[in-house]
Design a binder for this molecule. Structure first.
Ligand SMILES: Nc1ncnc2c1ncn2[C@@H]1O[C@H](COP(=O)(O)OP(=O)(O)O)[C@@H](O)[C@H]1O
Ligand SMILES: [Mg+2]
Length: 348
C-alpha cells in the first residue's frame, strides 16, 4: 500500500503540484522577475530553499490575467497540452503590503539598458507605477489583487524564428503550413536559440520533429485567432521546453533531447475590437490544420454557452469577443476546406 502511495506521489506531474502553491503563506518568498523578462509585472515565487516554484501575474500592461487562464483552458479543452498550466489566485492585503516596498525600490529606467530594450522597459516602468497605486488602494481598502498563478517552467527557451513575423516565412516549417505544400515528415528538427537577456544566458537546442512543430504552431495560431491574441510575434512570446527533463549541457550549450513548442505568455487576448490574431492567421496564409483540434473547436461552438463561459473563466463581454472570433476562424477554415478539401489537414 505504502509502495503504491509513494509511486503515485512520484508520478504526480509538476503541473498538479502548482495547485499546492499558497502565495499568501509565510512558506514562500516573493521576488520580482528579472528586469528584461517581459513587460508585465510578474512576481516570482520561491520555496523556502530558494527554488523557483511559480509565477503570479496580475493584470498589467498587455496582460489580462483572465485571458491567460482562458487560453490555457481552451487549449486543454481541444486536447493541446503545450500551454502553461494556469489557475486563478490572489494576493491578500497583507501579502501586498509585503511586496510593495520591493516594487517601490525597483526601477525599469536604468541607463545601462541597451537601446533596443529601452522602449519595453519604459512601458514596464509605467506598469510598475500603476501596480504600486493599485496595491496602495487595495491595502487601504483591504482588497485582494487577482492574478494568474503558473508553475515555474524549467528548461524553457523562447524561440524567435517562429515567434517573430520576420522569421516565420523563412522557417523550414512554413511550407508545411500550406495546404498546397508538402506534408511534414516525421524527421528531426532542431529548435535553436541563444539569448543574452534571459537567465540562463547562452544557447539552447531543442530536438523536435518537423511534423510535431508544424502541427503545434498551426494550432497555436488558430487559438490565437480565436482568443484574439495580439502579442504572439513580439519575439519572446513563443517558447520551447523539454517535455521530459532529459537535458544535457555540453560546453555551455544546453540540449533538450525531446522538445516541443510551448505557449507561456497568453496575456494579450480578448480585447475589444482587436482582430490581430485572426488577421495574422490569414496574413501568414496558414491553410493547414490539426483536424482533431478544429473538430473540437466546432463542438465547443455548439455546446452550452453558459457552461463554456464558466469553464473559460471570463466575463460576458470577453465571451462575446471569443464567440465572434471563434465563428470567424471556423468560417475561414470551412472556406479553405471547400477549396482545398482534405489537403487542409495534417496527414497524421
Ligand atoms: N512560469 C514561468 N516559468 C519560468 N519562466 C517564466 C515563467 N513565466 C515567465 N517566465 C519568464 O519571464 C519572461 C516573461 O514572461 P511573460 O509571461 O512573457 O511576460 P510578459 O507578459 O511581460 O511578456 C518569459 O519569457 C520567461 O523567461
Ligand atoms: Mg511575454
Amino acid at each position: 500500500m505504502l509502495k503504491k502511495l509513494v509511486l503515485l506521489l512520484f508520478f504526480v506531474p509538476a503541473v498538479l503540484l502548482s495547485a499546492g502553491i499558497d502565495i499568501n503563506s509565510n512558506d514562500v518568498e516573493i521576488k520580482l522577475m528579472g528586469d528584461l523578462e517581459g513587460r508585465s509585472i510578474i512576481f516570482k515565487i520561491k520555496d523556502k530553499d530558494g527554488n523557483n516554484i511559480g509565477v503570479f501575474k496580475p493584470t498589467s500592461g498587455s496582460t489580462f490575467y483572465r485571458g491567460e487562464y482562458a487560453s490555457y483552458k481552451l487549449a486543454e479543452l481541444i486536447g493541446l497540452d503545450i500551454y502553461s498550466p494556469s489557475q486563478f489566485s490572489y494576493m491578500t492585503p497583507q501579502t501586498q503590503k509585503k511586496v510593495l516596498p520591493m516594487l517601490e525600490k525597483a526601477s525599469f529606467n536604468k541607463k545601462s539598458y541597451e537601446p533596443e530594450y529601452k522602449q519595453n522597459m519604459s512601458k514596464k516602468e509605467e506598469n510598475r507605477k500603476t501596480i504600486i497605486e493599485e496595491l496602495k488602494r487595495n491595502i487601504e481598502t483591504e482588497k485582494n489583487i487577482d492574478g494568474v498563478l503558473k508553475p515555474w517552467i524549467d528548461n524553457l527557451m523562447f524561440y524567435k524564428p517562429l515567434g517573430s513575423k520576420k522569421g516565420f516565412k523563412l522557417s523550414r516549417i512554413y511550407q508545411y503550413l500550406k495546404s498546397t505544400g508538402p506534408q511534414p515528415p516525421h524527421s528531426t528538427f532542431i529548435l535553436s536559440q541563444c539569448t543574452e537577456i534571459f537567465e540562463t544566458k547562452g544557447c539552447v537546442e531543442g530536438w523536435s520533429y518537423k511534423d510535431q512543430v508544424a502541427q503545434d504552431i498551426s494550432s497555436i495560431l488558430v487559438l490565437d485567432a480565436v482568443l484574439g491574441n495580439s502579442d504572439r510575434f513580439a519575439g519572446g512570446n513563443l517558447h520551447f521546453t523539454s517535455v521530459d527533463g532529459n537535458v544535457e549541457t555540453k560546453k555551455g550549450l544546453k540540449i533538450f533531447k525531446n522538445a516541443r513548442l510551448f505557449s507561456l505568455d497568453n496575456g494579450a487576448v480578448l480585447r475589444p475590437n482587436d482582430r490581430t490574431g485572426f488577421n495574422i492567421l490569414k496574413e501568414l496564409g496558414i491553410t493547414r490544420f490539426v483536424k482533431a483540434h478544429i473538430e473540437k473547436l466546432q463542438t465547443l461552438k455548439d455546446t452550452d454557452e453558459a457552461k463554456l463561459r464558466k469553464d473559460l473563466g471570463i466575463g460576458p463581454e470577453e465571451f462575446e469577443i471569443f464567440k465572434t472570433n471563434l465563428s470567424l476562424t471556423l468560417a475561414y477554415i470551412d472556406e479553405l476546406k471547400t477549396k482545398h478539401k482534405e489537403k487542409i489537414w495534417f496527414a497524421n
